[in-house]
Design a protein around this ligand. Sequence first.
Ligand SMILES: *Cc1c(COP(=O)(O)O)cnc(C)c1O
Length: 795
Amino acid sequence: MDYKFIIKQRMEGYTLTSFGKNLQECSINEKHIALSKALMEEIVPPWRESEKKFKDKKRAYYLSSEYLMGRALSNNLINLNIKNEIESLMNDIGVSYNDIEEAEEDAALGNGGLGRLAACFLDSAATLDYPLTGYGIRYAFGIFKQKFMDGFQVEAADDWLKYGDPWSIRKEDEKVRVRFSSGEIYAVPYDTPIIGYKSNTINTLRLWKAEPLEVFNFKEFNDQHYDLAVKEKNDAENIGKVLYPNDSNDEGKILRLKQQYFFVSASLQDIVRNYKMNHSDFKDFSYYHAIQLNDTHPTVAIPELMRIFTRIEGLSWEESWNIVVNTFAYTNHTLLAEALEQWPVKLYKALLPEIYDIIVGINNQLMHELGGRGIYNSEAYQYEIIQHDSIKMAHLAIYGSKSINGVAKIHSDLLKDRELNQWYRLYPERFNNKTNGITQRRWLLQSNQELSNFITELLQTDSWITDLSKLKDLERYINDENVLRKFLDIKQIKKDQLAEYILKHDGVQIDSKSIYDVQIKRMHEYKRQLLNAFHILDLYYRLKEDPNMDIVPRTFIFGAKAAPGYFRAKAVIKFINDIANLVNNDSDIGGKIRVVFVENYRVSYAERIFPAADVSEQISTAGKEASGTGNMKFMLNGAPTLGTYDGANIEIVQEAGEDNNFIFGLRVEDIMEIQSSYNPYEYYNGVPGLRRVVDSLINGTFDDKGTGVYSELYDSLLKGANWHRPDNYFILKDFEDYRNAQQAINDIYKDRINWAKRCWMNIANAGKFSSDRTIEEYAREIWNIESTKQEVNIR
Ligand SMILES: *Cc1c(COP(=O)(O)O)cnc(C)c1O
């Protein structure tokens, strides 16, 4: 039978049995579910086969509190190599594929880069045929949906499961119990297939849902205590209710701690249960398992595995510790001191007393070990896992892991030389670097079909899709004007498409012939969206003074969510929206500059913005951005970086050539030198135009509706606060250099071919930044797992 016919039949069957109507009568959401379910019928058999082929092999497990997956449909169709057929089927039955695609809610179970990295890693591992299982939490609500009212961010619940989640399967018979001092709950697994690109592997993302042991208390209900009858259910389900939309520090402490222990305990119980099906003792445990901790959020895994071994399985402490250290590996994601996770001892004691005991045991062992090396007292104190009243999760993670890695070279070096130097001196062999990457399947093949096709045509092979280093061969076209013009044409197509989308979704008309200058990432002081905003306002004032100023029209595009309790970040959103309002409505400017802050920035929006960008804004204070991955998505789509020497920007310009990018500002060494004597007033008063834009925060230019957020922002720059010095992120110091770099972009952009060459060099040298490369490094250097590429065919 014809393939399309089979899929259609399945869709029709599904709509009848699930929605009680014919396919034609269904809403677009129902059609989307029906198609996805029809595809699941296709996916599950090879998924089960794939599971079997890794049976006797070492496997890796990724423990992450976040997965920023985005949409699944197009990604799955591309990886299954059936997208054209399905598009044609939708056409046959009179449904717009685009509408179906747009009907899918993003699975936004993450905040930003860290969660998106987890998603890219899963894609790469499946594509490369590595056995990697993701474990996490099935949050009922992902990162909040963002709206603007009067320019202020307003948050709404992200009810992503409203229409159901066709891509996951509940595995009732594999649920486990998780115990807190306050009682026991179930962790019920929901499995989502992770389909490799034309590969032989379908891996699993297993997310745990929190449920009560008893869903309904009949006696309480009968006694007319209706609230109490469902109290246990509500308490349990609250654990998996929301992703903490907090990028850096923790709130809602107890619930957050419950979440961490909940998914970690469930995952380890699952791993141990599977192991015991084929093994009668634990001596080979670390031979078969590598468990990667994505930041410190899952670090409670270290004492939890100790608990399982010593208190349930009857192993000795020494043997258990040996297995634990050889099983875990820890990835550090931040250099921000305030973001290093710590937990009040009293919380652990109250909620997880057994785990607390074990942490004390681990700390005692550490102190003993340090003593053996002649390290005592104050010198030993800097290693303590329990300091004063808090538990330092990074110390626990480092002491309990065989590998500690940073996520870009400069970041790993700074960990070794500064933040974690004491640990580096103790265990130099544990420290290593794994520069982050992104999957080219989603961030080029899927989101920029036009450029993908062109690359394949030029290379006469599509092998770049699974080996991004092949892009290097594009360098041979660097002086081919036809190729460069074709690239510019494609960029224009993507810019037109984005303009149309922005008009429809954000109601802002932009000039698609202007330079698209883009900063999309979480809103945070260290990422310095405020520096970008000051530059725009300065440009605006200069244009007002000199309407004939010769500039290439420019559209400044922002996308960012701010943590709901992070007032300064929210103030910057309001400030940029106010600037947009001022600039976009001033006819004197003649449309030369426009500002648009897109609402609800997320993966599916990102897929439309990266391909259309001309300039990649990566302007964090040097030493603050661990790696960045947005920078790589821009590069891959041919947008030069306007950035500081920070995170992976450094490696990006090393690969693509500093001349092909725009580097400005203080470097880490400069900051170390000046920070104690830094006086922002020097720049506020001394740099032409700077005072004018900073003062706009307090002189009535803009109205923060009596909230006081603008004057607070102003004070943070010039007066500081009790927790930081004035202008902690050196915005005023870097302003002039940034403005000069922006001027250089304006001048070079005019020469279209010269500009296209720079873009082209970025594309041709993006190979290093594939998450395939990163995953290969993890697999070989940390996990010791083997690929099954070319072994068995599961389809
Ligand atoms: C890639 C990505 C990020 C990370 O961006 P950075 O610039 O590296 O901070 C955040 N959010 C989304 C939706 C992304 O796709």
